[in-house]
Ligand binder design. Structure first.
Ligand SMILES: [Zn+2]
Length: 291
């Protein structure tokens, strides 16, 4: 098993759910000791030491909504909802990616959770049921509609991501628009009415024509661009013949164990460029090698 933690997981903050539902306690935490996670829009602000920067609540714009991230060292930790939510795909924000590469695992998890939450607020200011404005509630873990009474909750969208194996080879895919040579685990959203196992089998069949089963859950990762929960799985294929859906994938390919090991070890002239360490696919490939 890889020794590296799963990126964006393992936040050092105590989520303190009991505080969210207690308006008096929450208000009592919003004092001069409270800490505000400094962000520019949805991007993190980094200090001279390369870590996240915490200010006081006075650093937030006067009209900004504040979300309660949790407790750290007895202090309330908050973040301000930006004027605008995410409107660019994750791969378009290269400057943010460069910053994230420098963060410690704890800071990465703190930022990821905060980003996902404030982004949801910025994009859900109106009720999905009646269209009227909604108001932040429960420290930012809910929004309520004053007109129709509907309650809205921050969303987390399940996505399966899977290593498909046959005869000690792995099936990896290359997404549309990815840099040349980059391959990773196949992935796809779980649809309503579907189990994880069914989603894995459907996505693999749709994207590559391969029939897969014996799905095993391995590990998960919160992915804050904008709000996915990646469900890392392993599945066994019944054959290797490929019928690639070119509207979803640029390519798919079976790689031998030696090719996977060489690529993940950073060897010269690898058969493919492996996924970055921030991706759970990286963790899954190391899991498969070590198994
Ligand atoms: Zn409403």
């Amino acid at each position: 098993m890889s020794g590296a933690p799963i990126a964006f997981a393992g936040s050092p903050l105590d989520r303190a759910d009991h505080v969210r539902a207690d308006p008096e306690r929450l208000a009592g935490l919003m004092n001069w000791r409270a800490r505000l996670l400094r962000m520019e829009g949805l991007a993190p602000l980094l200090g001279d030491d390369g870590g996240l920067v915490w200010g006081t609540l006075a650093d937030a714009p006067p009209d900004a909504e504040l979300v309660f991230l949790g407790l750290k060292d007895g202090k309330g930790c908050f973040a301000a909802v930006p004027a605008e939510g995410d409107n660019a795909p994750a791969y378009a924000i290269r400057d943010v990616w460069n910053m994230l590469g420098a963060l410690s695992p704890g800071d990465l998890a703190t930022y990821g959770g905060a980003r996902s939450l404030v982004d949801w607020h910025a994009r859900h200011r109106f009720c999905a049921k009646c269209g009227q404005p909604t108001a932040l509630a429960k420290g930012g873990w809910q929004r309520n509609c004053g007109a129709c009474g509907a309650q809205h909750f921050p969303r987390t969208d399940p996505v399966t991501i899977m290593l498909v194996e046959h005869a000690d080879k792995l099936l990896l895919g290359r997404g549309l628009g990815w840099s040349e040579g980059r391959y990773s685990a196949l992935a796809g959203f779980v649809e309503p009415g579907e189990s994880i196992e069914e989603a894995v089998a459907r996505e693999v069949l749709e994207e590559t024509g391969v029939v897969a089963g014996s799905v095993q859950y391995i590990a998960s990762q919160p992915w804050p661009f904008p709000s996915q929960l990646m469900l890392g799985c392993h599945a066994m294929a019944s054959g290797e013949e490929l019928t690639i859906d070119t509207t979803e994938l640029a390519d798919a390919h079976w790689f031998t164990r030696a090719e996977v090991e060489h690529a993940m070890a950073g060897g010269a002239d690898p058969a493919f460029l492996p996924p970055p360490q921030t991706a759970i696919a990286h963790f899954l490939l190391n899991w498969w090698i070590a198994r």
